[in-house]
Design a protein around this ligand. Sequence first.
Ligand SMILES: Cc1cc2nc3c(=O)[nH]c(=O)nc-3n(C[C@H](O)[C@H](O)[C@H](O)COP(=O)(O)O)c2cc1C
Length: 191
Amino acid sequence: MSAEAIDFLLSRRSVKFVQEPGPSGPELARILQAAMCAPDHGQLRPWRFSLIRGSAIEKLGEKVFETMAAAGVQVPPEKLAANRRWLSQVPLLIAVACRLDHSNAKIPEHERMLATGAAVTNILNAAHMLGYAAFWSTGLGTYVDEVSEILGYDSLDYRFMGYIAVGTPAAPVKAPERPDYHQFVKEWTDD
Ligand SMILES: Cc1cc2nc3c(=O)[nH]c(=O)nc-3n(C[C@H](O)[C@H](O)[C@H](O)COP(=O)(O)O)c2cc1C
C-alpha cells in the first residue's frame, strides 16, 4: 500500500455538517463500488443502499418526522428543528440496510450486519479519499420499523442501519485525536 493511501485512512474523520458540492456521478460510482469490496462471508452481498438527493432529502425528513409522530415516538421541537437545519444542507444521503435472508441458516445474522458495516466503512473512507466528508447516523427514526418501510425496507426482511450524509464540510475540519492503539492490543503467546 502506498504511504498516501494509509495516510488517508489515518486522517479520516466523520463530519456531520456537510453541504454542496456532493460527489459527482463518477465519484459516487467509485464510492459505491468501494462498498462492494467489503469482506462478506458467503458472498451474500447483504448491503442495500438508497440514494436520496436534492429536494428528496427534505421530503424524506418530513415523512420520517410524521411517521415517528404517528408511531408515538416523541421528538422535542428543538431536535426536529436541528434535524431540519442539518438536512437542508446535505447534498447526498445514503440510506443503509442489511438484507437478512432468512433462508440462509449458514451465515449468522450478525455476520451480515458486520459485512454491511464494513461496506459503510469503505464508503466513509472512499468519500474521504475523494475529498468529501461523510457521517453515519442512526438518528432520524432508524429504529422505528415504519421509517424503514418508507425507504422500502420491510422490517421482516431487512435491518435498517441508518443514513450516511456525504458532502463538503460546512466548516474547517480539525485533525482527529485518536487513542494510541497499544491500549487496545495485547500480545498473546503460548507460554
Ligand atoms: C452505526 C453507527 C451509528 C451512528 N449514529 C450516530 C448518530 O445517530 N448520531 C451521532 O451523533 N453519531 C453517530 N455515530 C457516530 C458518528 O458517525 C461518528 O463515528 C462519531 O462522531 C465519531 O467520529 P469519527 O468517525 O471521526 O471517529 C454513529 C456511528 C456508527 C458506527
